[in-house]
Design a protein around this ligand. Structure first.
Ligand SMILES: NC(=O)c1ccc[n+]([C@@H]2O[C@H](COP(=O)([O-])OP(=O)(O)OC[C@H]3O[C@@H](n4cnc5c(N)ncnc54)[C@H](OP(=O)(O)O)[C@@H]3O)[C@@H](O)[C@H]2O)c1
Length: 320
């Protein structure tokens, strides 16, 4: 698979990465044993960028990723995140960052973390202190690169002034375009961009189910885009995207990922799937070339993204 560089001095990774969250958070139950084969398939297909976080099962997802990549750890870039308490409050106090990093190293079973992200900006801790702590961890050899997630332009600039930020991770997809306003700042500073939920949490795949048919533990049951009114309009938009994809001999998820890749060489989406065959489908997007007309048609189908907010109010991040 083609490679892309994230950040001026950041890592080179496969153009399509992999997000492991779905095994321990958000989308219902999962089979870890089958999951090991899914990750192996991703690697065999050329994926070299794997994303996890403390929050995804409080260590369970990191342990799972550590087991999954054991045979090829040195060939891949592992990214994890700190910054939450078990009650989902922000906590980026330096001592907490250090504690979480030590846990992550142990759970992943590695001697260094390739990318350490702050998961959410903590309004109670100056970003300079956060960046300074990560700078120290880099100097100690425990971390290679620094990342931010859902941060605003001022935070990005302040953090970057203390410790080079290699990449920003924020939601971005055909359904969710707001983050495009930050691209000029990222490009000015030489920071790469990692779109999360690049398939709109599974909506941009043609396999979407109405909220009532999802498992009780599936967080999408409460997502605005799954609520009556929005849901039907989003289904209709995906139907039109599927028509366009079919004309190109592609699937709608491949179209959605290729659309992201076409927004810049500094962009590496991290779609998540628990199923090996879906990972293979998603990886196929790296070979799908979209024309100017395809991009225009996509914009015509969804001029401003999906219908409904991306998160229910209680989870909506604010860019500080
Ligand atoms: N920084 C943050 O705050 C943040 C927030 C959210 C996510 N993330 C990261 O971003 C990664 C990806 O985001 P995401 O998992 O929220 O959303 P996503 O990648 O947009 O979509 C994942 C969903 O799509 C389904 N899916 C994937 N490929 C498919 C295909 N080809 N056909 C049909 N269904 C398919 C998956 O179901 P199956 O598993 O059943 O295939 C899963 O339910 C996460 O794993 C996590 O690492 C970061």
């Amino acid at each position: 698979m083609q490679k892309r560089k994230l950040g001026t001095n950041g890592p080179e990774v496969s153009a399509i990465g992999y997000g492991a969250m779905g095994f321990h958070l958000a989308y219902g139950s999962a089979d870890e044993e089958a999951g090991l084969a899914t990750i192996r398939r991703a690697y065999d297909l050329g994926v070299t960028f794997f994303d996890t976080a403390e929050l995804y099962g409080w260590g369970e997802n990191e342990k799972f990723i550590g087991r999954a990549v054991k045979g090829f750890r040195d060939d891949v870039v592992l990214a994890t995140k700190f910054g939450f308490t078990p009650s989902w409050e922000a906590d980026s106090r330096p001592a907490h960052i250090r504690e979480v990093t030590e846990n992550s190293l142990r759970y992943l079973g590695v001697d260094h973390i390739d990318v350490l992200y702050q998961h959410r900006v903590d309004p109670n801790v100056p970003i300079e202190d956060v960046a300074g702590t990560v700078k120290d961890l880099i100097a100690e050899g425990k971390v290679k690169h620094f990342g931010l997630s859902e941060a605003g332009p001022l935070t990005i600039r302040k953090a970057h002034a203390i410790q080079e930020v290699a990449m920003l991770q924020t939601e971005y997809s055909v359904f969710e375009r707001d983050v495009e306003v930050l691209f000029p700042v990222l490009r000015e500073l030489g920071i790469g961009f990692v779109p999360y939920s690049p398939l709109g949490r599974g909506f941009l795949t043609g396999a979407v189910k109405p909220a009532a048919e999802l498992e009780e533990s599936d967080m999408r049951r409460g997502d605005p885009r799954w609520q009556p009114g929005n849901f039907e309009r989003n289904v209709e938009a995906v139907r039109q995207l599927k028509e366009l994809a079919t004309l190109k001999g592609a699937t709608v998820s491949q179209l959605a990922l290729a659309w992201l890749l076409a927004q810049g060489n500094d962009i590496v989406p991290i779609p998540g799937s628990r199923k090996a065959e879906r990972v293979a489908e998603n990886v196929g997007a790296a070979d799908l070339v979209l024309t100017v007309e395809d991009l225009a048609k996509t914009k015509e189908i969804l001029p401003e993204g999906g219908f409904g907010e991306r998160y229910a109010k209680e989870f909506a991040p604010t860019w500080i």
